[in-house]
Design a protein around this ligand. Structure first.
Ligand code: CP
Length: 325
């Protein structure tokens, strides 16, 4: 795995292997010194052309936990503001001799576009409406960890019925999660207003409904998508209040959800729109677990791209057993 661009490049076994590798790094993170020398001497640039809290911070932590040197590049305080092109920016970063570029960009396809412009491994940290593959993997990891705590061992989602609810059309998270969840064996149901669904679902391995109450009682997990006001053009929703009434996980709907169902949200949450505060704080919500999963999953991704690459990873045990000091 040289670059990490989309889950669609990966087979189910690749996804399971990354989840397994994340288990090794979770163990590292539980140590007194949560750091290993696996990427010592490597340099990772976090090139974020769009705002981020979770993804940027957890890739930063993940790289440092692997002993890589980390450079933070922020478009808002760079020569991009003076009109420098993306190609010139990437080639400038590349000329300094870096091993990995973690890229977030508002335009779909940008990570694969920059691959020919750099000798570094390119990791997609979210591009436009297209893909957010590390989010999908950390969501799969969160679900499998939750199932393991309930005695269901394994790195697959067989037999699960998962609803992805909300603004599917503008969501890179939805596209990557549909792909990852179904590859790992889950059934996925899309729920949302017609105006926020893709024009065609041809080729999507899903069913779609426009009534949350029709399916909520049969779900093993509900994945609430953020209403992306910054991407909505025109009057696609009557109002956030109306959206909440029809598609929000309200306090009233919580009673219909199975006692062991999971509530997921990629963040940032709009409390009172996609979900009520009671749902965000419900014991079935695993939103903070999702954030916590980000670090070991992104360690696994960086290790796969910048480390030894193959799985099982020869030498991994030696590097994670070595003293990082
Ligand atoms: N889920 C997610 O991508 O969050 P950030 O935009 O904060 O990185």
């Amino acid at each position: 795995m040289r670059h990490f661009l989309s889950t669609t490049d990966l087979h189910a076994d690749d996804l399971s292997d990354i989840l397994q590798l994340a288990d090794s790094f979770s163990e590292v993170l539980s140590r007194d010194i949560p750091k290993v020398p696996a990427l010592r001497g490597k340099t990772v640039v976090l090139a974020f052309f769009e705002d981020s809290t979770r993804t940027r911070t957890s890739f930063d932590l993940a790289a440092r936990r692997l002993s890589a040197d980390v450079v933070n590049f922020s478009a808002s305080s760079s020569s991009t503001k003076k009109g420098e092109s993306l190609r010139d920016t990437i080639q400038t970063i590349d000329a300094m001799g870096v091993d990995g570029i973690v890229l977030r960009h508002g335009s779909s396809g940008t990570p694969s576009q920059i691959v020919p412009w750099t000798s570094a491994a390119v990791v997609n940290a979210g591009d436009g409406w297209h893909a957010h593959p590390s989010q999908a993997l950390l969501d799969c990891y969160t679900i499998t960890q939750h199932r393991q705590r309930n005695g269901q061992i394994g790195r697959r989602l067989d037999g699960m019925r998962i609803a992805i609810c909300g603004d599917v059309n503008h969501s890179r998270v939805a596209r990557s999660n549909v792909d990852a969840f179904t590859k790992l064996g889950a059934e996925v149901i899309l729920v949302g207003p017609q105006t926020l669904m893709p024009a065609s679902l041809e080729g999507w391995p899903v069913t779609a409904v426009s009534d949350l109450d029709e399916v909520i009682g049969d779900l093993d997990a509900i994945y609430l998508l953020r209403i992306q006001n910054e991407r909505l053009e025109g009057p696609l929703l009557p109002s956030n209040r109306e959206y909440r009434r029809r598609f929000g996980l309200t306090a009233e709907r919580l009673v219909d959800l199975k006692p062991d169902a999971m509530i997921l949200h990629p963040g940032p949450m709009n409390r009172g729109v996609e979900l009520d505060p009671e749902a965000a704080d419900d014991p079935r919500a695993v939103v903070t677990n999702q954030v916590a999963s980000g670090v070991p999953i992104r360690m696994a991704i960086l290790y796969r791209c910048l480390g030894l690459g193959k799985f099982p990873t020869p030498g991994l045990q030696e590097t994670i057993d070595e003293d990082p000091r």
